[in-house]
Design a binder for this molecule. Structure first.
Ligand code: NAP
Length: 176
């Protein structure tokens, strides 16, 4: 199983990003996923059935003003995972994409969630260990999109249903 997990979010406004930090995020969140997958594909093919788990985010379903750089990289990971899944189906390699809501892997994420998303964000959060367990279990079952937690799963369904411009407006209006 290949797990492409490495990534960073950043709470900074895209408009204030220095170019080198912007490139770093794109390279880490997106290029590494694509490059590692291609590089390790021969090994996965030799060891079928095998699995690729790409870690995106719920932000990958929504254009989020301010965090738009992060959301764009994660949206690309979702898109890449969907298409790769079909390319590798006949090779017996399953591709899944983990799209969690808030996970408090460090205190700054909890603080940011409380400030920006309030109670709803705090209720959406899923413990780190649980996210790992759900991700591995569902990847082995061959599930494509994995959103741990009942509330996060429901909200991600809602977000994916609405037109993207509505979702962008909502984030702009309520999380500024
Ligand atoms: N936490 C959340 O709320 C949340 C929500 C949705 C999605 N995600 C996604 O989940 C993934 C993990 O997030 P996390 O919260 O667990 O972050 P984290 O605690 O900061 O961990 C990030 C991981 O990426 C590795 N990493 C960072 N930069 C790297 C680099 N240049 N080269 C190699 N490895 C690098 C780190 O390695 P070291 O330990 O060696 O530094 C660390 O293992 C990310 O892709 C993130 O976007 C997180």
């Amino acid at each position: 199983m290949l797990c492409n997990v490495a990534g960073l979010g950043g709470e900074r406004d895209y408009l204030s990003y220095p170019l080198d930090s912007l490139r770093y995020m794109v390279r880490l969140n997106l290029e590494s996923v694509m490059a590692l997958t291609l590089t390790l594909l021969p090994l996965l093919e030799k060891n079928t059935p095998s699995y690729i788990l790409n870690v995106a985010s719920m932000a990958g379903f929504a254009p989020i003003p301010i965090k738009n750089l992060y959301a764009a990289t994660k949206s690309a990971v979702v898109s890449f995972s969907y298409s790769l899944r079909y390319q590798l189906k006949d090779k017996n390699i399953s591709v899944s994409c983990l799209c969690p809501g808030p996970v408090f892997t460090k205190p700054s994420i909890e603080k940011y969630t409380k400030e920006k998303l309030g109670n709803l964000g705090m209720k959406m959060a899923v413990p780190v260990k649980k996210v790992g367990e759900v991700a591995v279990k569902k990847t082995l079952r061959g599930k494509m999109i994995i959103v741990p937690g009942g509330l996060a799963k429901t909200l991600s369904g809602v977000v994916r249903f609405f037109p993207r411009r509505w979702v962008a407006w909502f984030y702009y209006r309520f999380t500024k």
